[in-house]
Write a protein that binds this ligand. Structure first.
Ligand SMILES: [Zn+2]
Length: 325
């Protein structure tokens, strides 16, 4: 019986893959460098290579696979199975992923946006289990989100729903590659927080982090700010607080608009945990409407870097069950 599912997490640096039996933990996992610079055909060959490798290791054949799910960064059309554009993949334009995989495999292949896929993993197997109204925010180089509303994944007219990172917070703020400026993601992503930190150093503020990086400010990371926060570094505490406060303003709008019961914070900066979330909650409590705020929990993601393969497999399972969601 075909009851295995392959979940693929396509990242700019690595392709991660998991072989799942039913809805349980992955029975096999692998990761290989993406080698995105070699172009789309090369990347697709590597995806097939890792999928074939998983099946071989587990001693199963493609007839044992019920479906493959894939999380892909950037713009895509999940119904047509086309990856329209992905910023970190050179030459990546209108790639018919599902059709190309179908030339090699008889089992169905489903694709979706990577953040939405991560959200599906957390929804079914992580911090979001049992919730019908939730959001996952990923705070990494950018800020993305996936939304479940009334038990359904929200896509929107052009599959773009959930672009909280481009919520406009300032009339004149940091420029954003979306063409606007003052977007939330330019401040509260990991990169955004590091930029806030550097701006304050430029005004003459000092920090313990300067002794760690020997003058090379390019080396400053969000993780360093967390570590300096733990060392009670005044500037790190201030930047973490300001970042959390601004994220709280953004989430207040989200809470007022969607009335979710749960907001899950993941991505690289999710590991800042309570250092960040304390300020986020204080800000939300001060600014969002009282009734929806009382019923909304803000928590850390549970699956970590494995949410991509979990989510890709979950996405395939959901699509197999018949709904786009
Ligand atoms: Zn923007």
């Amino acid at each position: 019986m075909a009851d295995y599912i392959i979940g693929i997490d396509l990242g700019g640096t690595n392709i991660k893959a998991g072989l799942f039996k039913g809805d349980k933990e992955p029975v096999r996992e692998q990761s290989v460098p993406t080698e995105a610079a070699h172009g789309p055909a090369h990347v697709l060959t590597r995806i097939r290579g890792i999928a074939d490798g998983l099946m071989k290791e587990a001693g199963i054949s493609p007839t044992d696979i019920a479906a493959m799910g894939m999380g892909i960064p950037g713009l895509l059309d999940p119904e047509a199975g086309i990856s329209i554009f992905s910023p970190n993949f050179p030459g990546w334009e209108n790639i018919h992923i599902v059709r190309k995989m179908g030339e090699h495999y008889d089992f169905p292949v489903f694709i979706d946006n990577d953040v939405r896929v991560n959200m599906m993993g957390e929804w079914r197997h992580g911090a979001g289990r049992g919730a019908d109204n939730l959001l996952l925010l990923t705070l990494g180089t950018g800020l993305g989100s996936g939304i479940v509303h009334e038990g359904k994944v929200v896509y929107g007219t052009t599959f773009s729903a959930g672009e909280i990172g481009h919520m406009n917070m300032y009339r004149q703020g940091r420029p954003c590659r979306c063409g606007s400026s003052g977007c939330l993601g330019r401040y509260v992503s990991a990169v955004g927080m590091v930029n806030t930190f550097k701006e304050k150093l430029d005004t003459g503020r000092t920090s313990i982090i300067e002794t760690w990086i020997q003058g090379n400010r390019e080396q400053i990371t969000a993780l360093m700010i967390s570590e300096a926060y733990d060392a009670k570094d005044e500037l790190a505490v201030e930047v973490m607080h300001e970042t959390g406060e601004l994220l709280g303003y953004g989430l207040s709008n989200v809470i007022n608009l969607l009335n979710p019961e749960l907001i899950i914070i993941g991505g690289g900066m999710g590991s800042a945990g309570e250092r960040l979330l304390g300020s986020v909650r204080a800000s939300v409590n001060a600014h969002a409407l009282k009734l929806p705020t009382e019923k909304c929990r803000i928590v850390q993601a549970e699956l970590g870097s494995r949410s991509g393969i979990w989510g890709a497999a979950t996405h395939a399972r959901i699509r197999l069950e018949g709904g786009r969601e």
